[in-house]
Ligand binder design. Structure first.
Ligand code: ATP
Ligand code: 3PG
Length: 409
């Protein structure tokens, strides 16, 4: 039985207020289509097809940043995915919004303005405090139910995520359901064979925390990316040189050195480090070097090498479950995609339970023509995925669970 009620449990002909996560890259002021739209479209379509009146809330960017924009363009992209009209109103809970909500017919869909344009949304606070805001108190009485589909924002204690489910019967949408189940599997499911975690990317501080927390749930960690180079450094290799003016290595090294050394010391037998690395050679081509032959920190490395991929592939094939967090190299540049793509291909070829997480890393799947269907789950969450892996509760999920308990009693 799921931890919360789902849209299967919604009473017929409901007026539903639905929270999505349509937070997207913005280019020249316009939102760019991405996998979040396609995923949420499933929930929206299902609700509209069932004849509910569907009012959507979502956020975009953060106040003060360039990506903080209206959701007008998001409504158009979503409409293409849902294959029906998605009306938009440039208001969150004022008279215009209320009029548009009241005018909505059965099976119709309306998107409200960026929730973060409403003052009550952002400061993080308890569900009880958020439920008392004018935003929640004004909108809630117009609805029969609240649906949360925004798993990827569930680590935030914002009004649209934790306030409404306290005062309305609350349900999980399809994205919330599948993300929750897959992303908590590492902590909750029993697997018959080895559990492997591929660890890479640039946010070394986050993933090292995950490695520390998952210590007893993971049989082997396959390392690459910035985190991998920091572990190589702890093992005595002079690697981790920043290129292109970025500061990815030294600060994270200073911050995590002790933890890295202790994780390596305690779980060294479970940690596989790259045996070779790739860099940009003098003629601009990909060049590789064995880690043993690196004796000076003069080169910036951008991928794991081919011997490392050959070493990681059988480890993946023998696994019963593989979780991916972070890319093994700068896959956006074709020359340095071999590590990330090689590992993803190996996972796709096996029938193990597999979850690929992280907004950037999962982009490699479409960039290099892999099929999402060959993985058990490709997450659309970033920060929430990291927290799920460490077993940290997500506030918006906790309120959904509490709502289900309330409904049962
Ligand atoms: N050696 C390296 N040097 C610099 N960047 C690297 C290296 N290896 C991987 N990367 C970069 O890591 C990025 C992915 O890492 P990130 O930590 O952002 O992971 P993610 O889990 O995909 O993202 P998010 O948390 O944003 O959802 C890729 O864009 C890739 O270019
Ligand atoms: O894009 C995301 O990861 C989520 O929408 C959360 O966005 P935030 O980090 O701005 O809260």
């Amino acid at each position: 039985m799921p931890a919360f009620d789902t849209i299967d449990d919604l009473p017929a002909d409901s007026r539903v207020l639905v929270r999505l996560d349509l937070n997207s890259p913005i280019e020249d002021g316009d939102p760019q289509d991405n996998r979040r739209f396609g995923r949420h479209a499933e929930t929206v379509r299902e609700l509209a097809d069932a004849g509910h009146r569907v009012v959507l809330m979502a956020h975009q960017g953060r106040p003060g940043r360039d990506d903080f924009t209206s959701l007008a363009g998001h409504a158009d992209i979503l409409a293409d995915h849902v294959d029906r009209d998605v009306a938009f109103v440039a208001d969150t809970y004022g008279d215009e919004a209320l009029a548009a909500i009241d005018a909505l017919g059965a099976g119709e869909v309306l998107l409200l303005e960026n929730t973060r344009m409403c003052e009550d949304e952002l400061p993080e606070a308890s569900p009880e405090e958020k439920a008392e805001t004018a935003f929640v108190a004004t909108l809630a009485p117009r609805f029969d139910a609240y649906v949360n589909d925004a798993y990827s924002a569930a680590h935030r204690k914002h009004a649209s995520l934790v306030g409404f489910p306290l005062v309305l019967p609350a349900y999980a949408g399809r994205v919330m359901e599948t993300e929750y189940e897959a992303n908590t599997a590492i902590a909750t499911r029993e697997f018959d064979g080895p559990v492997t975690m591929v660890v890479g990317g640039t946010k070394a501080t986050d993933v090292i925390g995950v490695m520390d927390a998952l210590d007893d749930r993971v049989d082997r960690f396959l390392l690459g990316g910035v985190a991998g180079e920091l572990f190589l450094r702890a093992a005595g290799h002079p690697v981790g040189r920043d290129v292109a003016g970025l500061d990815l290595f030294d600060e994270q090294w200073a911050e995590n050195r002790e933890l890295i050394e202790s994780v390596l010391d305690e779980r060294g037998d479970a940690i596989r480090l790259a045996s070779d690395l790739a860099y940009e050679g003098p003629d601009g081509d990909r060049a590789e070097v064995a880690v043993e032959d690196i004796d000076e920190k003069t080169t910036g490395y951008l991928d794991v090498g081919s011997a490392t991929v050959a070493d990681y592939e059988p480890a993946i094939r023998e696994s019963d479950a593989v979780f991916v967090k972070g890319a093994l190299g700068v896959f956006e540049d074709e020359r340095f995609a071999d590590g990330t793509v090689g590992v993803l291909e190996a996972i796709a070829e096996t029938d193990c339970f597999s979850v690929v997480g992280g907004g950037d890393t999962s982009r490699a799947i479409e960039m290099y023509g892999l099929r999402e269907a060959d993985f058990s789950h490709v997450s659309i969450a970033g920060g929430a995925y990291i927290r799920a892996l460490t077993g940290e509760p997500l506030p918006a999920v906790e309120v959904l669970k509490a709502a289900a308990e309330r409904a049962e009693n």
